[in-house]
Design a protein around this ligand. Sequence first.
Ligand code: SF4
Length: 115
Amino acid sequence: MARVKWEERCHRCGLCCHEKVIIGDQVIYDLDAYCEYYDVKTHRCTIYLERLEKSARCQRVNRFRAMFASYLPESCAYVQWARSHHIRFAPKRHIRLARGDLNGGEEEDIPASLN
Ligand code: SF4
């Protein structure tokens, strides 16, 4: 039951399923590159219950990652949870959305929901 409640916090933005790089105070998400099991239309994982077995790169967003994972955006529900409990230890980073080359490709505006 506690696990279900924890998982229901997710906003389903899907940013954690995209390729990303951290450069200084920015985390840059590539909107064109994402996990093979990610559905870009629904922002959902297509194999959610089996994702940890089928995708070697997938990591459960648990309390530890909510506290420390730098790749999660500030808008992430789990980061917000950790911040609200004063246990977020990764520095705040600005979000950038890019397509293609993460170091000079096209940039996308940040939706209000991610600010
Ligand atoms: S970044 Fe956070 S809120 Fe967005 S899909 Fe990933 S876990 Fe959910």
